[in-house]
Design a protein around this ligand. Structure first.
Ligand SMILES: [Zn+2]
Length: 299
């Protein structure tokens, strides 16, 4: 036992405090192995819809003998919270949007001459923070202030629920990633993953569509945060177990046939791909084989 720490955190002013007791223990490092005895695995990390809509595939692996996929459930049940799912979190977020818009509309009707409501462009962009500031400016006895107080109460309640669900979901995802990574560190000496620039990927996708911008951005952030988290989850236990993480260039892993090296066409829906020689494969399986081969060459 190296260290014992009691730590606490409050995620936002509307959330209760949470405490953790962190125990740090030291494990002995395993002896170095001969290169021929190295067990290598290639991991293709992504965020793909699978036919079973209740899960998302976040990694596909190949170790020279078999493929394995890491599936993240998008919905689960928690005793004190009920259904925890992306759909539920998104619906709470939409409910808050509706509440906000309806409150803004009523306010504009109540105070048509108020400078805040009169500036149409700024009023349209006003979000929760703006309404809270508005509430502080108004005389507390006015009907507009009462309207804002009711909005704030309902919004805070929904926000609290949303944050609790998000916390539970993130916690479950971290647990999944950590278990996956720990299994890897026990089984393999070298893990090959793509050297992806997640920040760049996320900004590239953001420009693709403008519809439902807020929700899309939220989903994107969660997606890229999750991938970065998986990368970190793999690095740490590998380093502790004396293993190695090899980063391979991502340029050709998806669009090269792992059987013959010719261009690999992943088609429109992108799940199944084929090369000019007729080698057909799941695109993630194909990519994981390419990552595995590149990793072996890099050793
Ligand atoms: Zn081929």
């Amino acid at each position: 036992m190296k260290k014992v720490v009691l730590t606490g955190r409050k995620q936002s002013p509307v959330m209760p405090w949470r405490f953790w007791l962190v125990l740090t223990v030291e494990e002995p490092k395993p002896a170095a192995r001969h290169p021929e005895q190295l067990c290598v695995v290639g991991v293709d990390v992504g965020w793909w819809r699978v036919p079973d809509k209740s899960k998302i595939r976040i990694a596909m692996t190949w170790d020279g003998k078999r493929h394995r996929e890491l599936l993240l459930p998008l919905s689960f049940w928690k005793k004190e919270l009920g259904e925890v799912s992306i759909a539920h979190i998104t619906s709470l977020s939409s409910q808050r949007d509706l509440l906000l818009e309806s409150c803004k509309q009523k306010l504009a009707e109540l105070l048509p001459e108020h400078p805040r409501a009169k500036n149409k462009v700024a009023w349209q962009r006003t979000r929760s923070g703006g309404l809270v500031r508005f509430l502080h400016e108004l005389d507390a006895a006015t009907p507009a202030a009462e309207l804002l107080r009711i909005w704030k109460r309902d919004n805070d309640q929904l926000l609290r629920q949303q944050l609790m669900l998000e916390n539970a979901f993130n916690h479950r995802r971290k647990w999944f990633n950590r278990n996956f990574a720990a299994e890897f560190a026990r089984e393999y000496h070298v893990v090959g993953i793509e050297n992806l620039n997640l920040v760049q990927m996320s900004s590239r996708e953001k420009t693709k569509g403008e519809e439902k911008r807020g929700l899309r951005r939220l989903a994107q952030r969660r997606k890229y945060a999750a991938l970065g988290e998986l990368f970190d989850a793999i690095e740490n236990p590998m380093a502790k177990a004396g293993g190695r993480v090899v980063r391979v260039p991502p340029s050709s892993t998806t669009h090269t046939c792992s059987a013959c090296g010719k261009p690999f066409d992943t088609g429109i829906d992108g799940r199944l791909g084929v090369c000019p020689d007729g080698h057909e494969a799941d695109r993630d399986k194909n990519a994981s084989i390419n990552i595995f081969s590149q990793t072996c060459r890099a050793l």
